[in-house]
Design a protein around this ligand. Structure first.
Ligand SMILES: Cc1ncc(COP(=O)(O)O)c(C=O)c1O
Length: 404
């Protein structure tokens, strides 16, 4: 069957026939994706703290809609800049204790901006083999030589010359936490680090700043991407960095310059979400506690929890991966769980590498603790029915509470 790169076999086929053959291939390989509204307890979205329907955030959005209108009408540099962005950027800066913040429509675009702009200043880019798709795309756009390190092996990376080091602080698929000291040990004077806190911001840290505390960062050696569509329940993202980083992005980043600014409703709601998150710390505290309970339960049932197999910095987190042997098993197990009202999704190749297919559970406060416990119990029995691998010795480590 023709693949994305299979030009030879498709030379005589029409575009439509080529597309249909490829789609048939996706079905046959268990890679078919579709858009369906599923009425289940959802463990697949990233609205971890259940903020997307918070009254204060909705109210801020409604007020902004009335005051500024539905859209900005242009890029921030071409008539689309409003006071609401400046206010949000100040609030973001204060929340994350960063010298400056630049708002983007999404984390994907923020990563494209930061990696291409910062990548233009160095000789090459280094990243983890399991880094997020937005990093991979952005790194190719830099056209700089890339070095891919083995998963979570920053301590062994041989880094030469001026390099941009790109890392995820909490891996979106694996749920494991970056080995922060190993990463920081590679940041000497020639290098620059970019850390994506998409899944950690709003949850970890003393007040939800993420894995990296703003007042501990050397901002001339590192920038950070935070997103607002996950724990903050809205959408959008920001690049946090020194003033010169912000200026560089405004002047150089194509995903900032050549796109319409997000609706003014978005930064207004993000400002409200930052306030809510500070005023209601119980939300992140209960998510962290729930993660510990869930991981301890799965471990006691002998189910392999991927984030606990990540070496000495292994921690229970709200992203739990149950590894499955192959796409088809992941798809069948997820389909059965969905039929029973448990909304988990199969994460398949090519989203993850072959051999790393899994069921991803994202714990969240939209679902009660009791519903979560019941769902996990059922998932454990489904894992047994589908003969998923038993827990491996590596995961016999004590569960340590998140201390960052
Ligand atoms: C690590 C990471 N970075 C960036 C993004 C993109 O963020 P957004 O959804 O705001 O585009 C995601 C989203 O899944 C992610 O997991």
């Amino acid at each position: 069957l023709p693949s994305a790169s299979g030009a030879d076999t498709t030379a005589l086929m029409s575009v439509k026939d080529t597309a249909e053959a490829r789609l048939a291939g996706y079905r046959a390989e268990g890679r078919w994706r579709d858009l369906k509204i599923r009425e289940t307890l959802s463990f697949s979205h990233n609205d971890y703290l259940n903020l997307s329907r918070h009254p204060k955030i909705l109210d801020a959005g409604q007020k902004a809609l009335k005051r500024f209108g539905a859209g900005c009408g242009g890029s921030r540099l071409l008539g689309g800049h409003h006071e609401v962005f400046e206010i949000a950027e100040e609030n973001i800066q204060d929340f994350f204790q960063a010298p400056s913040a630049l708002f983007f429509s999404s984390g994907y675009l923020a990563n494209l901006a930061a990696i291409t702009a910062l990548g233009s200043l160095v000789d090459g880019v280094v990243s983890d083999e399991r880094t997020h798709a937005s990093h991979i795309d952005a790194i190719s756009l830099t056209k700089k030589p890339k070095t891919i390190i083995a998963h979570q092996r920053w301590q062994d990376a041989q880094i030469h010359g001026r390099q941009l080091l790109v890392a995820e602080s909490l891996f979106s698929m694996d749920g494991c936490v970056l080995d922060k000291s190993a990463f920081l040990s590679q940041l000497h004077s020639d290098n620059f680090g970019l850390v994506d806190e998409a899944h950690a911001a709003g949850i970890f840290g003393s007040s939800g700043q993420g894995l990296f505390q703003g007042d501990e960062i050397n901002w001339n050696q590192m920038a950070v991407v935070v997103t607002f569509g996950k724990a903050f329940g809205v959408s959008g993202a920001a690049v946090l960095g020194a003033e010169w980083v912000r200026d560089l992005l405004i002047n150089q980043a194509r995903s900032f310059i050549f796109t319409t600014a997000p609706s003014p409703v978005v930064p207004a709601m993000v400002s409200a979400a930052l306030e809510v998150l500070s005023a209601e710390p119980w939300r992140r505290e209960s998510l962290v506690e729930r993660s510990e309970i869930a991981c301890a339960f799965l471990k006691s049932e002998g189910v392999s929890v991927h984030s606990l197999d990540c070496g000495s910095h292994a921690l229970p987190t709200h992203i739990i991966s149950l590894m499955t042997p192959g796409n088809q098993c992941a798809v069948e197990l997820a389909a059965q769980a969905q039929r029973e009202g448990i909304g988990v999704r199969a994460i398949r190749f090519p989203t993850v590498a072959k051999g790393l297919e899994r069921i991803r559970i994202s714990l969240n406060l939209q679902v009660t603790l009791a519903e979560t416990q019941r769902s996990l119990e059922r998932l454990v029995s489904l894992c047994r029915e589908y003969s998923l691998p038993e827990s491996i010795q590596e995961s016999e480590k004590p569960l340590s509470p998140p201390g960052f």
